[in-house]
Design a protein around this ligand. Structure first.
Ligand code: SF4
Length: 208
């Protein structure tokens, strides 16, 4: 069933070009900063903050390690929670900047204040191409509505294990599946779902 849902979403929405990175930039750095900035906000606000960082030539390891926190806060203000996010970015750069990328683990990322499961897995999957499936509130809501899990507030690792046991362990599949869930949750499976013409309608237990 988990595979079937993936197939149906892919058929409906097609290949998702994630994660968007500006040409010539360090993909790992830009994905990581984007993953931190996107906490509790939408992507449009993240884009504004990223644009500010680019204009100030701050999307760079050295520049980010040297920039004053005050300046960093000004740039990332559009993404909200900028005091906390500036500290997280500083902590991330301090911890990761000089480490060989092969040695960056989930445990290391989670040791940085402000980085939780979803942010760590997004960095590992989209920034480092490592097979970590990203769970977010859209994923929980969708699988709950489909009747595949019986509590909305299922633990992160529990849902992650449930999904990865049922699909092939493949970075591209993990990337696509997560991006497709986000797309589906914006178009159909919103907070107040728009079930008409939903590609998963046949399998859904909470269809309106
Ligand atoms: S039928 Fe409705 S509730 Fe079910 S997955 Fe589709 S949009 Fe969501």
């Amino acid at each position: 069933m988990v595979k079937k849902i993936y197939k149906l979403l892919l058929e409906r929405y097609g290949y998702q070009d994630w994660w968007p990175v500006h040409e010539g930039n360090d993909k790992f750095l830009e994905v990581s900063i984007g993953a931190i900035l996107t906490q509790n906000t939408n992507w449009r606000n993240v884009e504004k903050a990223i644009r500010n960082l680019l204009e100030e030539n701050l999307l760079d390891w050295e520049a980010l390690s040297k920039v004053e926190e005050k300046k960093l806060k000004e740039c990332i203000k559009p993404a909200g929670f900028y005091n906390q996010k500036a500290k997280t970015i500083k902590g991330f750069v301090r911890t990761i900047k000089d480490i060989d990328r092969d040695r960056i683990t989930r445990k290391l990322l989670l040791s940085i204040k402000g980085i939780g499961n979803e942010t760590a897995d997004s960095i590992l999957l989209y920034g480092l191409e490592k097979p970590f499936f990203v769970i977010d509130s859209y994923t929980k809501r969708l699988f709950y509505r489909l009747g595949m899990i019986n509590q909305k507030n299922i633990k992160y690792e529990e849902l992650q294990n449930f999904i990865i046991k049922r699909i092939e362990r493949d970075v591209e599949v993990y990337k696509q599946y997560h991006a497709l869930i986000v797309e589906h949750s914006k178009i159909h499976c919103r907070k107040k779902p728009n079930c008409i013409n939903c590609p998963l309608e046949r399998y859904c237990t909470k269809m309106l």
